[in-house]
Write a protein that binds this ligand. Structure first.
Ligand code: DGL
Length: 363
């Protein structure tokens, strides 16, 4: 560590200690082992990324820095929790697969079943973070906090956002108030619910938003401040059990647009998909170029879910299509990528469209 860095670190320490004392984390509590036991599962992403130099914020390499280095880069973490790190994957999250999700969910559930684990933090690339978060929101069988965290700037960048995001995620995962809230995302000093949060900007540190429905709280001064929570089923109150699954039903998304071509849909059906999520235009409108093929897919036993590319608002049943007559399902407010996750898990339980529709109204 250079002299400047040492001085900076030294200068910061008393201030940090004061803020810790204010927030109730006293040295006595720390010494008495009252700190929560948090496991950090690292999967890769930008938070573990490295750039050519400190001003590289795009065009860097994701998934390079290991979990121990991530923890060591934020020594303040050890003042607020007893932390253990596991490198479960080391990938850029655009390469996340159903197999990764099943392995991650099983590991999370095994850890949370241990009485000496109070919460889990998962470091993850931001590109598919919302999807992994929602998959875990539906498959984690515990009320203990599970917090996902990423970064929009690599660890080597000036004002990298990873360190403060990880610190906040550990504090959140170790807080009693976070229990029973479902899987949360802690980034940019905000706390978001897995069901409704989405990545809204390709590069800004404020990219994770919950448009219209809003964040559920903030991280400030070493503590979470909650203002709302999801009314939908999640985690311990969810019916999905992946413990004995080693694969998920094939479900794909077809993107809707003017002059749509049904070739992609028919290719998915030909490949044996069990479900299709149609990311329709508007509030789930089915153009003449796709509707006959969706009807044909349903007749072949494929479950068809009408979602919307718009990103916000309700896709209402029997609105833009006669779902009762066509035996389609609507996604309510789930965006296409999350509607796909719920449909995959629903199909592990049933192919009854009435039961599946109920799931879209409950989760
Ligand atoms: N390759 C992207 C990913 O791993 C980088 C984006 C990020 O993590 O912020 O999701």
């Amino acid at each position: 560590m250079t002299k400047i860095e040492l001085m900076t670190r030294f200068a910061v320490a008393p201030v940090f200690a004061l803020s810790l004392a204010w927030s109730g984390y006293t040295a006595e509590a720390a010494d008495a082992g009252h700190l929560p036991n948090i496991t950090i599962l690292a999967t890769g992403g930008t938070i573990a990324g490295t750039g050519a130099n400190s001003t590289t914020t795009v065009g860097y390499t994701a998934a390079k820095v290991g979990v121990e280095a991530l923890i060591d880069a934020v020594p303040e973490i050890k003042k607020v929790a007893n932390v253990k790190g596991e490198q479960i994957f080391q990938i850029a999250s655009e390469s996340m697969t159903n197999d990764h999700w099943l392995k991650l969910a099983k590991r999370v559930n095994t850890l949370l079943a241990q009485p000496d684990v109070d919460g889990i933090v998962i470091t993850h690339g931001t590109d598919t973070l919302e999807e992994t978060a929602y998959f875990l929101d539906l498959t984690v069988k515990s009320e203990k906090p599970v917090v996902m965290v990423g970064a929009m700037r690599p660890s080597t960048a000036i004002s990298a956002d990873g360190p403060v995001n990880i610190y906040n995620a550990v504090v959140l995962a170790g807080s009693k108030e976070a229990e029973g809230k479902g899987v949360m995302i802690a980034m940019n000093d905000e706390i978001s619910a897995a069901r409704d949060v989405t990545k809204t900007n390709t590069s800004l540190t404020s990219t994770f938003r919950t448009p219209e429905l809003g964040v559920i709280g903030y991280m400030q001064n070493n503590a979470p401040h909650f203002y709302r929570e999801s009314l939908r089923r999640h985690t311990a109150n969810a019916e999905f059990d992946v413990s004995n699954l080693d694969k998920l039903p094939a479900v794909d998304i077809v993107y809707g647009y003017a002059n749509i071509n049904p070739i992609a849909l028919n290719a998915f059906i030909g490949a044996g998909d069990k479900g299709i999520v149609y990311a329709a235009v508007g509030d789930g409108s089915l153009g003449a170029g796709i509707k006959p093929d969706l009807i044909e897919a349903r007749k072949k036993g494929v479950v068809v879910v009408r979602s919307s590319r718009v990103g916000n608002g309700i896709v209402a049943r029997n609105g833009e299509a006669n779902d009762d007559e066509l035996d389609f399902v609507v996604s309510d407010t789930l965006n296409p990528q999350k509607a796909r996750i719920l449909l995959m898990l629903a199909l592990t339980k049933t192919d009854d469209t009435k039961a599946i529709q109920t799931m879209y109204y409950e989760y």
